[in-house]
Design a protein around this ligand. Structure first.
Ligand SMILES: *[C@@H]1O[C@H](CO)[C@@H](O)[C@H](O)[C@H]1NC(C)=O
Ligand SMILES: *[C@@H]1O[C@H](CO)[C@@H](O)[C@H](O)[C@H]1NC(C)=O
Ligand SMILES: *[C@@H]1O[C@H](CO)[C@@H](O)[C@H](O)[C@H]1NC(C)=O
Ligand SMILES: *[C@@H]1O[C@H](CO)[C@@H](O)[C@H](O)[C@H]1NC(C)=O
Ligand SMILES: *[C@@H]1O[C@H](CO)[C@@H](O)[C@H](O)[C@H]1NC(C)=O
Length: 360
C-alpha cells in the first residue's frame, strides 16, 4: 500500500515536470525541481532543505506549546521561503492565545495574522443538464436545517460488506440536527443551486458521530437506493472535461506541485502546495483538538467547500486524476492563508477502498 503511494507520488512528480517546472534553456541552467524553483535554489540543495524542515518541526516545540497553552485556531507549519516556523493566528483569538503567543515567541517563529473575511458570492450556475441522483465528488451535501453545507469528498466502500459511504470533513457533523442515535442526516445539494426537497431522492443517509480527535473525516452512509455512486469529480464549469475520472490516489507532498479541489462553493480551483506537515489546533468544548500532517496550499477553498476532494493536476492525464486528499481547514474555512487538506494516507484505513474508475 505504502509502496504504491510512493510510486504514484514519483509518477506525479515526473508528470508534473515537463509541463510546469523544468528549466533547461541551456546546459548552464540549473535543472530545477518544483521546490528548488519555488525557493530559487539549485536542485542539489533540496535534500538539505527537506531535512531542515523535519528538524525544525521536531526541534522546535511550538506544536507542544500549542497544546499545553490551549491555543485555538492556530495553524503551525514550516514556511519554506523564510525557512522558519510560521504560526498563523487571528487577532480575534488573541485573548485565548495570549499564553501560547508569549511562549512561542521565545522560539522566534514568524507570526502571521489573518482576519476572517466574508466570501463574495459568485453565481456560477451553468446551463448544464442536471444529472439527477448521481452524487459527484465535489457536489454539495447539506443538513436538513441548512446549517451546514459541505462537499462530497470521495465515495468509499467497505471491503467487508460492500456498504457505500461518502467521505467528507468531520467538522461537517458539528451543527446537527442530531437524530436520536446521535447521527446527522445529509442531503444532496448539487452545484446547480437547485433546491432539493427533504425527501428522496435528495436524502443520502446519516453521518454517524465521527471521532474528531485525530483526523478531520466523517462518513455519510448511503441509505437511499436512488442515489448513485460515481468515481467522478464534478468539473462542470469546464465544457471539455465536465467529469474528472478518479484513477487512483497518492500522497502528493511536493512543495510547488499543483493541486486542485472541487467543492460546492467555489467549484474547481487550483493552487500550489506551499507547506507540508502543517498542524492545526483549536479548542472544541474546552478540549484541545490537534490535526497534524496537513498540507497547506495556495487559496483554493471557501466555506462550503470543506470535505471536497483535492487532486493532482496533470494535463496529460485528463480527464483522469489522482486523489491527494480532502479539504479541511480545521473549523475555519474562510481564512485566506489557511487552506489545508488532509493527505489521503491519513484518511484511508484497511477496511475501506476508494471508488475509482477501475473498481466502480
Ligand atoms: C553560467 O552562468 C553563471 C551565472 O550567470 C555564470 O557566472 C557562469 O560563468 C556560467 N558558466 C558558463 C560555463 O557559461
Ligand atoms: C528553532 O528555530 C530557530 C529559528 O526560529 C532556530 O534558530 C533554532 O536553531 C531552532 N531550534 C532547534 C532546536 O532546531
Ligand atoms: C444564477 O444563474 C443562473 C443561470 O444563468 C440563473 O438561472 C439563476 O437565476 C442565477 N441565480 C441567482 C441567485 O442569481
Ligand atoms: C460494514 O462494514 C463497516 C466497516 O467497514 C461497518 O462499520 C458497518 O457496520 C458494516 N455494515 C453492515 C451492515 O454490516
Ligand atoms: C478517538 O480516537 C482516539 C485516538 O485513536 C482514541 O484515543 C479515543 O478513545 C477515541 N474516542 C472515541 C470516543 O472513540
Amino acid at each position: 500500500m505504502k509502496g504504491a503511494f510512493i510510486l504514484l507520488n514519483l509518477l506525479m512528480f515526473s508528470l508534473t515536470f515537463p509541463n510546469n517546472f523544468i528549466h533547461t534553456q541551456s546546459s548552464n541552467y540549473t535543472t530545477y525541481t518544483p521546490i528548488a524553483r519555488l525557493l530559487k535554489v539549485p536542485e542539489s540543495e533540496v535534500p538539505t532543505l527537506l531535512a531542515q524542515e523535519k528538524t525544525l518541526i521536531k526541534g522546535n516545540n511550538s506544536a507542544i506549546l500549542a497544546k499545553e497553552d490551549k491555543a485555538t485556531n492556530a495553524l503551525l507549519s514550516i514556511n519554506y521561503k523564510l525557512n522558519n516556523i510560521a504560526i498563523y493566528l487571528r487577532h480575534v483569538d488573541d485573548v485565548q492565545n495570549k499564553e501560547f503567543i508569549a511562549d512561542a515567541e521565545k522560539l522566534n517563529p514568524i507570526i502571521i495574522y489573518n482576519e476572517p473575511e466574508i466570501p463574495e458570492i459568485h453565481n456560477k450556475s451553468l446551463e448544464f443538464p442536471p444529472i439527477e441522483e448521481v452524487v459527484f465528488c465535489g457536489d454539495g451535501v447539506r443538513t436538513s436545517n441548512w446549517q451546514t453545507i459541505c462537499a462530497v469528498g470521495l465515495w468509499v466502500r467497505s471491503i467487508l460488506n460492500s456498504t457505500y459511504y461518502i467521505m467528507t470533513a468531520g467538522h461537517c457533523y458539528d451543527n446537527g440536527p442530531y437524530n436520536p442515535d446521535g447521527s446527522v442526516d445529509f442531503y444532496h445539494f448539487p452545484w446547480m443551486g437547485s433546491v432539493v426537497n427533504d425527501v428522496a431522492p435528495g436524502f443520502i443517509g446519516p453521518m454517524t458521530q465521527p471521532n474528531l480527535s485525530v483526523v478531520d473525516k466523517a462518513f455519510i452512509l448511503k441509505q437511499n437506493d436512488n442515489i448513485r455512486v460515481t468515481a467522478s469529480v464534478r468539473n462542470t464549469d469546464d465544457q471539455n472535461y465536465p467529469e474528472l475520472m478518479i484513477y487512483g490516489s497518492a500522497v502528493i507532498d511536493t512543495v510547488g506541485a499543483i493541486v486542485c479541489k472541487s467543492g460546492y462553493f467555489s467549484h474547481v480551483q487550483c493552487g500550489r502546495i506551499l507547506e507540508i506537515g502543517a498542524q492545526f489546533n483549536f479548542l472544541k468544548d474546552g478540549e484541545v483538538v490537534e490535526y497534524s500532517g496537513l498540507t497547506k496550499v495556495e487559496r483554493i477553498a471557501f466555506q462550503g467547500d470543506s470535505g471536497g476532494p483535492v487532486y493532482g493536476y496533470e494535463l496529460s492525464l485528463l480527464p483522469g486524476i489522482i486523489i491527494a486528499g480532502i479539504l479541511s481547514s480545521g473549523n475555519l474555512a474562510i481564512i485566506n492563508d489557511w487552506n489545508v487538506f488532509t493527505p489521503i494516507d491519513m484518511l484511508i484505513t484497511s477496511d475501506i477502498e476508494i471508488i475509482t474508475v477501475g473498481n466502480l
